[in-house]
Design a protein around this ligand. Sequence first.
Ligand code: FEO
Length: 394
Amino acid sequence: MEPIQLVDGVYDVGVIDWNVRDFHGYSTDLGTTYNSFLIVDENTVLIDTVRKEFSDQLIDNIAAVIDPKKIDYVISNHTELDHSGGLARVMHRIGEDKPIYASKMGHKNLPKHFRQNLNIQPVTNGQVLSLGKRSLTFLETRMIHWPDSMFTYLNEDKILFSSDGFGQHYAGPEKFDDEVGDKIMVHAKKYFANILLLYATHIQKLLDNVLGLGLEFNMICPDHGIIWRKDPGKIVDAYVRWCRQEPKKKAVVVYDTMWHSTEKMADAIVAGINKEGVPAKPLNLRKTHRSEIMVDIFDAGAVVIGSPTLNNQLYPTLADFLTYLKGLKPLNKIGAAFGSYGWSGEAVKMINKELEALKFDIVDPGLRVQYIPDKEALETCYELGRKVGKAVLA
Ligand code: FEO
């Protein structure tokens, strides 16, 4: 990717990672970008770097704008290695004694990622750094996405550099929201549902604080994906809405199956939910990636989960999925469990335990069917679906 001038003297010098397909458990089917921003003023600053493997590309991009040695300091908005992996290489090139500004937690945690002695300077929430003609304000935003996370605001141009916040794992020919159109919202929602959902309540407060400052945003520049310049308010409004986790009147039925018995149960439950006028769909864990399923779960009113029993345990895909789901802690859900079994049938009980831990409102003790569901068993599944549908509408 060549440097892209955002406004006079401000550039995106980041890189495109076309080939990444798994981002700590999240499917990145289109790849992603690691955005990095260069502000050329009386003092020149680089905001965030890129994954280590792309360090040379980053330096080449900087060199296309300015001699990298002219960078006076670096800002690290986030310690995670997709944004700090290139830091050591960049510092080696520009001068290892130059200051790196980071939040207090960044100051504490960045050195734990590098062997080099880096000159990391902690900044406080609201602290202003003058670049000469322009100035930056640091805004502490813990847990968007790690404890070290912060935003940096370019006061004169009203540009927010938001690190992981408002990002999307999207790689494409477009760089701005007005070029890509509405389809980007699907990626932004997937990002929120899989990366930030656990912190949604906290993020809501942070956003209230940041929005309460009355800052205007001419542009929001996340570290992943496209830059919001036409309508930055659109993604801010979406975050405010997403943080509330208000469920829609829809349901998802997530399952895996060994010999198609649990699958037959899933289909009958879906039919019962749909009968109540609540849109529902079955999602087979071996056909749809867990991070795609999270997008559906994110705004669903009900989540029904089915697993065969294998060796007295959950089916392995369900164990994986429930661990992932439990980590993200979606709120305001109705839940139910089901599954076929041969002789022991522990899976339903195990799912219920996880649903309880998630504080889902469990509307049924759960359905177990031995071996292959007959007509009567499928009617019971259908009735469970109707019960779930009614609960969603209640
Ligand atoms: Fe894009 Fe939390 O790193």
